[in-house]
Design a protein. Structure first.
Length: 390
């Protein structure tokens, strides 16, 4: 087997261009897409049909959120912009908003949208929270003004009401009526979705797969030039012939993922979370799964040209399904989510993302690693079964 490994290592100089190209493209796409999504602020139109002081307060509160670009609009323009897909969503402050807030009744805010995604769901929570906070502040101000008016009849009730409301809202901003204390152990990582981290993880996984699949695909070149047949009739065992190729491909894939992860950490200052060991474990299992997938594809096709045709289709489609291009949280279709479960990319992205983005520890790597190993064993078994050893 050592002689086969040496032979494969000598042939790596022919594949160095693919290695460098995939590495550069992964880092380049990480920089482009990560920066684009980090600076992206979706536009939200606000249609004020109430035209009251309370609707103005709501709009001002919304505009303090820097994650969205809130713009005032009228109904006709809002309908057109939403239908054309130029804005994320349009909020409609319905007529009677002020009366609903003052009476403590049900408050209804309309929304025009073409689809649901995580940003819209987050916006709905923000609008709901601000509205409830306003309604609560107004009720407190009313009660306060009524009480003071009873004690001092000569005082201006409206002035007290405005003063009390301003103080309540000020307390929400800086003094928060409820004080919550918490401690987080073994982590200083900010949890939550980070587009730059997701871009790094997704594109690293996507582009490294090409190196591994085409690395194991050298078997097809050996067949074409009769090198494979000569090795099979040599004193070297079939296990050594195949094993040497798999080992070198595995090491090449592991090296590339390592370079890409380090590139993300030191070029883009991406925090890898609490468990580097967990990321290494998932990556090692993923490299095994993809190397085995490459073996299976090399057994299915007959030439390297055929592999070059089928591999991009398989790798790109499964990477899209597996969440390399976008987070699976925005996908609602149950069929697509089920198909994602069958891709190794999904488990690698999810496992590494849980550690790097959500502050989880090594335990987050255990289940994805097991799934990837099972997938690798299945791919390897199929590849071994259909591999031609004649």
């Amino acid at each position: 087997m050592i002689s086969i490994i040496k032979l494969r290592m000598l042939r790596l100089k022919d594949d160095i261009l693919v290695f460098v190209l995939m590495t550069v493209m992964a880092l380049g796409f990480t920089a482009i897409f990560g920066a684009s999504f980090n600076s992206y602020r979706p536009t939200v139109l606000i249609v004020d049909n109430d035209n009251s002081s309370y609707s103005e307060i709501l709009m001002n509160e919304l505009k303090e959120n820097n994650n969205y670009n809130f713009i005032n609009s009228d109904m006709d323009e809002a309908v057109k912009e939403v239908e054309d897909g130029n804005v994320l969503i349009a909020l409609i402050i319905n007529e009677g908003f002020k009366e609903s807030v003052e009476s403590g009744g049900s408050i209804s805010i309309g929304m025009m949208k073409l689809r649901d995604d995580t940003m819209i769901l987050t916006l709905q929570e923000i609008v709901s929270g601000i509205t409830l906070k306003m309604a609560g502040g107004i009720r407190i101000a009313d009660i306060t003004a009524d009480f003071i008016k009873l004690q001092s009849p000569n005082i201006n009730k409206e002035d007290i009401k405005v003063f009390a409301y301003d103080n309540v809202m000020e307390s929400w901003k800086y003094k928060t009526p409820i004080n919550v204390s918490s401690k987080v152990y073994k982590t200083n990582v900010n949890s939550g979705y980070d587009s730059l981290k997701h871009a790094m993880i997704g594109f690293n996984i996507f582009f490294s797969m090409y190196t591994m699949v085409f690395g194991i695909g050298t078997i097809l070149d050996d067949r074409k030039y009769k090198t494979w047949q000569r090795m099979l009739i040599s004193p070297v065992s079939k296990v050594s012939v195949l094993g040497g190729t798999i080992i070198v491909t595995y090491l090449l894939g592991a090296l590339q993922i390592g370079v890409l992860i380090l590139g993300g950490k030191y070029l883009f200052d991406i925090d890898l979370g609490n468990s580097v060991a967990g990321i290494i474990t998932i990556s090692a299992a993923f490299v095994f799964a993809v190397t085995s997938l490459g073996l299976m594809l090399s057994g299915i096709v007959k030439t390297n040209a055929q592999l070059g045709s089928i591999a991009p289709i398989v790798l790109t489609s499964t990477s899209m399904l597996g969440g390399c291009m976008w987070p699976l949280e925005i996908v609602n279709n149950k069929v697509l989510l089920f198909l994602a479960e069958l891709t190794p990319q999904k488990w690698a992205v999810q496992g590494i993302g849980n550690i790097a983005s959500k502050g989880m520890g090594f335990q987050a790597a255990i289940f994805p690693t097991i799934v990837l190993l099972i997938m690798g064993i299945i791919f390897f078994g199929i590849g071994l079964k259909i591999m031609k050893f004649e």
